[in-house]
Design a protein. Structure first.
Ligand SMILES: Nc1ncnc2c1ncn2[C@@H]1O[C@H](COP(=O)(O)OP(=O)(O)OP(=O)(O)O)[C@@H](O)[C@H]1O
Ligand SMILES: [Mg+2]
Length: 401
């Protein structure tokens, strides 16, 4: 088999080409190229075969977290202040489509007429989504999420300005106290990143079972078991969703059940599990404010055929705390190290406790992280996380949280 054929075969198998093959192909050009030419060819070839091709250079800009290609070939990037147009760039339809198909292969997935979208993970932890027309207007659309803040634990995120010292201490206590919680926020607010860092704080004696649609949570912990969903095959068979995976996870003796992103009918299994002795469960949930969380659970529960009453009666005992994140693009916030700079304006804005009040569930503010103020549910929070009263004394409101 020729080297090109070997590379193509590996891509078709979803394994990606061997870096040595890329070097060999570049070196074969060396007769004509000379040493510098080989280096340039190697870089170009590596990015064309192993990397993001025409989008590769965005990976070198450490501020870029999202690279998006729209159906008209326009390229958009998020560098911490919302999406902006990369004015100098335009991909033609053929290039965008070829890139999407190749990246799908690198992620071990297919992208063609019979499987017209892909949601997968590229080498380096980049999350890939691509969808083909006619499901989307115009040409192929690509969405790439580049992980930037690594899960080196909470201290690392504090250094990036995601929260202050008091919030860090409260978050540590949240994990240590085996309280069940959800990390909430809008799109790209840092939910997955913060959850991974929180899980890295789980004691090594506990077994974490993570359930995800696409493997994304980068958890630094010695005992993590990962379950991942899969799509249907060409005959439309074999799809495995999060509902099945949460059920399987519960049979695998989890000390911590983690649902990477709660977004569908799996909420029923999750609520049931957390109500029946599985302490310390957690996940992320898309919500624009902590106050919206009960309504979000209600809506997801409805997808699983649960009545409002059933969801709300389980929710407050299943999920005790809400950690809410907010993006404040360009705002340095109360802590000069954070804001729109290093953390891209991604900050913990509040910690809340879910309380059952008559027939309703409310998210009650326990700690306003932006102003470092304890809220009305501060004492409840301290009770829940089992903090030693002395070490978790409510701070004065003027300090950064
Ligand atoms: N504190 C931080 N400092 C710098 N970059 C960060 C920080 N937190 C998250 N990021 C980056 O922001 C991007 C979005 O983060 P993440 O994927 O955690 O958000 P999310 O809320 O889970 O997004 P989604 O809504 O798509 O699930 C990622 O590239 C991540 O590396
Ligand atoms: Mg996420």
């Amino acid at each position: 088999m020729t080297q090109d054929a070997q590379i193509a075969a590996r891509i078709r198998q979803g394994r990606g080409p061997d870096a040595r093959l890329v070097e060999a192909v570049a070196a074969a050009d060396g007769v004509r190229l000379g040493r510098q030419g080989i280096q340039a060819a190697r870089a170009a070839l590596a990015s064309e075969v192993l990397g993001l091709g025409p989008l590769q250079h965005w990976l070198d800009d450490l501020a870029v977290t999202d690279v998006l290609v729209n159906g008209d070939g326009s390229v958009w990037v998020d560098r911490g202040a919302g999406v902006e147009r990369a004015a100098a760039e335009q991909l033609d339809d053929r290039t965008a489509r070829r890139l999407a198909v190749r990246l799908a292969g690198l992620a071990g997935r297919r992208l063609d007429e019979s499987q017209p979208w892909v949601d997968g993970l590229l080498p380096g932890g980049i999350r890939l989504h691509a969808i083909l027309p006619p499901l989307v207007e115009g040409g192929v659309h690509l969405s790439l999420r580049v992980p930037r803040a690594r899960a080196d634990g909470l201290a690392a995120l504090r250094r990036l300005g995601m929260f202050g010292a008091v919030t860090e201490q409260l978050l540590r206590q949240l994990v240590r106290g085996r309280t069940s919680f959800v990390v909430t926020g809008g799109t790209g607010s840092g939910k997955t990143t913060l959850l991974a860092a929180l899980l890295s704080e789980v004691p090594a004696t506990q077994r974490i079972v993570v359930v995800e649609d696409v493997r994304e949570l980068a958890v630094d912990h010695p005992h993590v078991v990962r379950l991942q969903g899969r799509g249907a095959n060409v005959e439309g068979q074999g799809a495995v969703d999060l509902v099945d995976l949460v059920r399987q996870a519960l049979r695998m003796r989890p000390d911590r059940l983690v649902v990477g992103e709660v977004r569908g009918a799996e909420v029923r299994e999750m609520l049931a599990a957390l109500n029946t002795g599985h302490d310390g469960g957690c996940g992320t949930l898309h919500a624009n404010s902590a106050r919206d969380v009960p309504a979000r659970f209600e809506a997801l529960g409805a997808l699983a055929g649960m009545s409002r009453h059933a969801v709300l009666s389980q929710l407050s005992s299943a999920v005790q705390v809400v950690v809410h994140l907010q993006r404040t693009a360009g705002d340095a916030g109360e802590d000069a190290r954070g804001g729109g700079g290093v953390a891209g304006g991604r900050r913990v804005s509040s910690l809340s406790v879910l309380r059952r009040v008559e027939q309703e569930v409310h998210a009650c503010l326990a700690f306003d992280a932006a102003r470092a103020c304890p809220g009305q549910a501060w004492d409840d929070f301290i009770d829940l996380v089992g903090g030693a009263a002395g070490s978790l004394e409510a701070p004065g409101c003027s300090q950064p949280g």
